[in-house]
Every structure is written in structure tokens, then in C-alpha cells.
Design a protein around this ligand. Structure first.
Ligand SMILES: *Cc1c(COP(=O)(O)O)cnc(C)c1O
Length: 393
């Protein structure tokens, strides 16, 4: 018998176990709700990206069921062959109007939107100037493009300017930041970077995955929040978080979108969404426009919970959004905190290296519009108990 050629993987997993970083997947036994059951335990759920509770909104559910009845369960093809349905085009038109851009192209996920777009727009002769905490899908897109990658320290526009000054004027440049950073919940230096992009002639790109449905009027994102409409050439959003379903999109000029129709590889080589997904996303846009109070509730809950954690003495970093990290430092301690919270009835996922820096391990909390005050107070009480027990506060 030959030796297992994948044996080295078992060794790597053992190493993770020894460092206390091995994770089992938590299994959700019902709907994605603020109070629900994971691994047979009822918990207050602070781990989803379901900011507005739209995963279970009756309008989205009905729209998905109705689309399935009328159009079936699958699109049957990639967009560029036979898989572009009316409903895909309707979603793109609705998103373009919502984002106030000429056009939008929808991808299967936010990941595919970022990676596919960066890789399509840039070549090996170009350069990306990227915030050090940008999302993995941006980094993968940069790598796939084979462009040179220049990373600037988090949110540091002055450092980005120094990088830009060193680059040849004629070289094509993409300046890129997350709108909201997914692990720290702080906002990208969007206005400062827009000014730099204009000064140095860069393509300006913002990944608004965590801002979609959360920031700006009716949840239009950070471009709206900062009032920089027309100054960001490539806006990425996700349909998988606050929008409650699945997908990602790029909003920009008609030319950009037509180019991506021809060159973005996930668009060309991977099947389009089932009609139910597109229908649910359209219904979500209706909700954002007709029930914006849900976004107000999200922010009220955010304020209450963040203030509560800070009053207890936790280090919540620099968060400006419904994402509030509770920084423990050491990776094993963060995982222990997450485990003990769970035993006491609160689900806040532990996050360690390589997702965040080695000394910045944390549990990440995300409140939603649908949490009740009682649920959030219960969570704060559990944080207080477990935080003291582990010597974090
Ligand atoms: C979640 C996330 C994505 C990926 O979006 P999906 O739709 O889940 O693939 C991209 N960028 C950022 C910043 C994210 O947080």
C-alpha cells in the first residue's frame, strides 16, 4: 500500500488542534434568526451577517417561492450562453437605479464579483494599491490579475499617497478599499482615497459588502454615506449579507459592465443564479425602499450593544458599524471566550490568525435589526460573566 499522499494535511490539522485553533462547524438547526438553535443549544445569535433579518422576511420568501413555481429551480446555463433570464436583467436594472450608476452586473457571490472584476480589469503591467485589511476576495483577484500589489497600512491615505508618488505616471493603477472592514467594523478611508484617485488618475474601487443595506440612504452603501457618488469607478456590493439571499454585484459605467460581461471569468464560466435568488433580491430592494425603519432599528441595536460592551470594559477596537469585535489578543483565548459564551447561550464566533493578526484574535459580534432588547441584554450579561471568568475584563 502506498503512503497517503495527503498525509501532510492531517499533520497540519493536528497542529491547529494543539494551538487550540481547530474549529468544528456549528450546525444551525432552524432558520437564520437572532435567537435560534446551533448544535442542539438555543443561543442568542451574534454571528450572522443577516443585518436586517431579511433571510426570513415574508416578502422575500414569497418572491422566491413564486419565482420557483413560475421559472423552476435553476437557470440551466452560464449567463453568456443561455442562462440570462428576464429576472436577472430586472435585478440588474433595479440595482443600478438603487446605486445611481449606469449599469450593474450580478455575480454568483460577492467573492466572485471582487475576484472576477479585479482579475478582468487589470493585467500584469498594472499595479494595485490596496488597504492591508482588504477582503480575501480582493487579494485573490489581485493575484489572478498578476498585477503588482502595493499594500498600504490600514486606512492610511498618506501612506497610499507615498506609494502613488513612486509609481510611473503612465502605469495603470487601481486604488481599492473595503467600505466597511469585515473583522474590525471600521470604515475605509473612502473620501481621502477618492481624492487621491483623482489626483493620480487611478481607477477607484470600493468593496461595500458589509455596507450594502447598512450604510447610506435606504442602505445604498458607503458611497452614499460619504456623499461620493460619481467618484468611485467600481462599486462592489453583496446580496448575501443584509440583502439576505446570495450574490454579489458590480455597479459602474455601462462600458465597465459590458466589458465584465465579456471578460469576468466567474460570469463567463459559472452558472447564473436560480430565479428564486434573483426574485428574493428584488424583493429585498423593495423592502429597503418601503421599510427603511428596519435600518433604523439595526442602528439602535448597534448603539445599545456597543455601548454595553464598552461599559463592561471590553476592547471593541475602532468599530463604526454593527460589527463589533471583542478583542482577546491571543488566539486560544479568543476561541475559549467563544466556547464559554456558547455554553452560556451566546453565539459569537472566534476569529484568529490568519483571518486577523496573531495578537488581535477576537470574537466578532454582529447585531441585527431583529434582536430584541432582552436578547441583547442577556448577551451583555453573559459577556460580563465570561469576560470576568477569563480575566479579559
Ligand atoms: C463577505 C464579503 C465578501 C464576499 O461576499 P459573498 O457574497 O459572501 O461572497 C466580499 N468582500 C467583503 C469585504 C466581505 O465582507
Amino acid at each position: 500500500m502506498r503512503a497517503d499522499p495527503l498525509g501532510f494535511l492531517a499533520a497540519e490539522l493536528d497542529a491547529l488542534k494543539q494551538q487550540g485553533l481547530y474549529r468544528r462547524l456549528r450546525i444551525l438547526e432552524g432558520e437564520q434568526k437572532p435567537k435560534t438553535t446551533f448544535d442542539h443549544r438555543q443561543v442568542v445569535n451574534l454571528s450572522s451577517n443577516n443585518y436586517l433579518g431579511l433571510t426570513t422576511h415574508p416578502k422575500l420568501r414569497e418572491a422566491a417561492i413564486e419565482a420557483t413555481r413560475r421559472f423552476g429551480v435553476g437557470s440551466g446555463s452560464v449567463r453568456t450562453i443561455a442562462g440570462t433570464m428576464d429576472i436577472h436583467m430586472e435585478l440588474e436594472r433595479r440595482l443600478a437605479a438603487f446605486k445611481k450608476t449606469e449599469a450593474v452586473v450580478v455575480f454568483q457571490s460577492g467573492f466572485a464579483a471582487n475576484a472576477g472584476t479585479v482579475a478582468a480589469v487589470l493585467t500584469k503591467d498594472d499595479v494595485v494599491i490596496s488597504d492591508e485589511l482588504n477582503h480575501a476576495s480582493i487579494i485573490d483577484g489581485c493575484r489572478l490579475s498578476r498585477a503588482a500589489i502595493k499594500v498600504f497600512p490600514h486606512k492610511d491615505a498618506d501612506a497610499a499617497r507615498k506609494v502613488l508618488r513612486e509609481l510611473p505616471a503612465a502605469q495603470r493603477k487601481l486604488l481599492i478599499t473595503d467600505g466597511v472592514f469585515s473583522m474590525d467594523g471600521d470604515l475605509g478611508a473612502v473620501p481621502e482615497l477618492c481624492a487621491l484617485a483623482e489626483e493620480f488618475g487611478c481607477i477607484m474601487m470600493v468593496d461595500d459588502a458589509h455596507a450594502s443595506g447598512v450604510f447610506g440612504k435606504n442602505g445604498r452603501g458607503t458611497i452614499d454615506h460619504f456623499g461620493v457618488h460619481g467618484r468611485v469607478d467600481i462599486q462592489v456590493g453583496t446580496l448575501s449579507k443584509a440583502i439576505g439571499a446570495l450574490g454579489g454585484y458590480v455597479a459602474g459605467s455601462r462600458t465597465l459592465i459590458e466589458f465584465l460581461y465579456h471578460r469576468a471569468r466567474p460570469f463567463l464560466f459559472s452558472t447564473s443564479h436560480p430565479p428564486a435568488v434573483a426574485a428574493a433580491c428584488i424583493a429585498a430592494l423593495d423592502v429597503l425602499e418601503q421599510e427603511p425603519q428596519v435600518i433604523d432599528r439595526l442602528w439602535e441595536n448597534t448603539g445599545f450593544f456597543k455601548a454595553g460592551l464598552q461599559a463592561l470594559g471590553f476592547n471593541t477596537g475602532l468599530s463604526e458599524s454593527p460589527i463589533t469585535p471583542v478583542i482577546a489578543g491571543d488566539g486560544a483565548l479568543a476561541m475559549k471566550l467563544s466556547d464559554r459564551l456558547f455554553e452560556e447561550g451566546v453565539f459569537a464566533q472566534g476569529i484568529a490568525f490568519p483571518t486577523v493578526a496573531k495578537d488581535k484574535a477576537r470574537v466578532r459580534t454582529i447585531v441585527t435589526a431583529t434582536h430584541t432588547r432582552d436578547e441583547l441584554q442577556f448577551a451583555l450579561d453573559v459577556f460580563a460573566k465570561v469576560g470576568r471568568e477569563l480575566g479579559i475584563i
